[in-house]
Design a protein around this ligand. Structure first.
Ligand SMILES: *Cc1c(COP(=O)(O)O)cnc(C)c1O
Length: 470
């Protein structure tokens, strides 16, 4: 393809994109393909000769699209959302057109300086103190890994990278029993070892870490000659939105001088609204905080906002500067590749800029408030149905339920059949989780274009399909 042929197809793709988003609500939310269907539709060997875009695009529609689960569907109520608001898609198009490598300041000064400014806009939107500086990571998993590596290096007096962990005291890192699997993986990859990730029991409706149990676990580690290195806090856990008592956990961590990282990958977006900040009291005392603008805020995937109270700790952990990466003669510049595990970096800040300028922070707040209010209304409505049980309280826009008709013998089996039947139906999409051993069904609202009607339709779909099963 020659660049002077690009705009013809660029226009077609833009038209297709607009049409897709305007009509995606007519499609079943979850892909209806069988395993192997797409694989078998793709030729086993690559073409020797090039093909025209006409044929490629036709196959994109015929082969790829049926195998897509529509994350931009307004009735996507499964997992957490992964939004792609229109202006952020345009920005992503432009970023892919320029395709800059943003590892160093000099490899694209605009990308670096835009990133600095956008992370500060987000910091202000969350009302974090200006001491915090931010970096865009590809995912919350990477931010958490970077934070765990920092905990490790600080605890080992910066010797871990050079000497390895062999012969060192066992490092201990603490979290609740409700954290995301990305925490386990960060612990594995950092060489800390699963057995040194200590899960503190939870208590209360928010399913948060018990600070007294944390204190006891740290005391036990010290008595056993282990070395406590850090605490990972959970604000809005993936299962049912578990949230630690942030101020009380930070009191314990501070007392022992432990590095702290807050995983608010999903719920952090809601903190642009002052009325939800009571969910993380004292968060400004944490060392590291991550949230994903690509989940709920509307920024096209991927874009993870990582805030650091003292970036020097992170840079001392991750910076490596061979001669060919040095940018001599520039003072006061930031090379963001020193703040993250990967060297190469995409130009992600552009889509934050496009999004925030299009809607304003207030426009984004209004969307999130709507999601939370509508989800809570649905919760109130289902609560009145005697054959349904609400299994966890609404945390922002997330809550869970199960179908509990008197006639049912095996509730786990019935609810698994229910969630599968709902997803085969296609009007809405839900996922299940385990809560204290029971299989329960999650509900969250957060898709950028979702409406009150979409959320309320879930009531009809859930009750109608449930009652058809018994
Ligand atoms: C989604 C999520 C993650 C993982 O986020 P990635 O950006 O996909 O790595 C981690 N923690 C929580 C609480 C999440 O909801």
């Amino acid at each position: 393809m020659k660049w002077n042929e690009f705009s013809e197809w660029g226009r077609k793709v833009a038209d297709w994109t607009q049409d897709y988003h305007l009509t995606v609500g007519d499609r079943p939310v979850r892909a209806m393909t069988e395993p192997g269907q797409v694989l078998n539709a793709l030729p086993q060997t690559p073409p020797e000769d090039g093909e025209g875009m006409e044929a490629i695009f036709r196959d994109f529609e015929d082969i790829v699209m049926p195998g897509i689960t529509h994350w931009q569907h307004p009735r996507f109520f499964a997992y957490f959302t992964s939004n792609a608001a229109a202006p952020s898609v345009l920005a992503e198009f432009l970023a892919s057109a320029i395709a800059p490598q943003c590892m160093l300041w000099q490899t694209s000064p605009a990308a670096t300086e835009m990133e600095t400014r956008m992370m500060d806009w987000l910091r202000q939107a969350l009302d974090l103190p200006d001491q915090f500086q931010g970096v865009i990571q590809d995912s919350a998993s990477s931010a958490t890994l970077a934070a765990v590596l920092t905990m490790r290096e600080k605890a080992l007096n910066w010797q871990g990278n050079s000497q390895g962990l062999f012969g060192q005291k066992a490092l201990r890192i603490y979290c609740s029993s409700e954290v995301h699997t990305s925490i386990d993986r960060a612990i594995w990859v950092a060489g800390i070892g699963q057995q040194n990730l200590i899960r503190i029991p939870i208590k209360g409706d928010w399913r948060g870490m018990d600070p007294d149990a944390l204190e006891a676990a740290i005391q036990a580690a010290l008595a056993a000659g282990h070395q406590p290195a850090g605490v990972i806090l959970c604000v809005g856990g993936t299962g049912v939105g578990a949230t630690d008592p942030v101020d009380k956990v930070l009191d314990v961590a501070e007392k022992h001088g432990l590095y702290t990282h807050v995983d608010a990958a999903w719920a952090g977006s809601a903190m642009i609204c002052p009325e939800y900040r009571h969910f993380w009291p004292g968060v400004e005392r944490a060392d590291s905080i991550v949230f994903n603008p690509h989940k709920w805020l509307g920024v096209q995937f991927d874009c993870s906002a990582h805030f650091l109270k003292n970036p020097d700790d992170l840079v001392q952990t991750l910076a490596i500067s061979p001669e060919y990466l040095k940018t001599h003669g520039h003072d006061g510049i930031i090379n963001y590749s020193e703040w993250s595990v990967p060297l190469g970096r995409r130009f992600r800040a552009l889509k934050i800029w496009f999004l925030i300028r299009t809607y304003g922070v207030e426009g984004l707040r209004q969307r999130l408030r709507n999601h939370i209010n509508w989800s809570n209304q649905l919760h109130e409505k289902l609560k009145l149905e005697p054959d349904f049980e609400i299994t966890s309280v609404p945390m922002w826009s997330l809550w869970s339920f199960r179908y509990t008709p008197d006639s049912a013998a095996d509730l786990d089996d019935l609810n698994l059949r229910l969630v599968n039947a709902i997803n085969d139906d296609g009007r809405i999409y839900l996922t299940q989780t385990r809560l204290d051993g029971d299989l329960v069904i999650r509900f969250q609202a957060g898709q950028f274009e979702t409406t009150e009607t979409d959320v309320m339709m879930a009531f009809d779909v859930i009750t109608e399909i449930a009652r058809s099963l018994t």
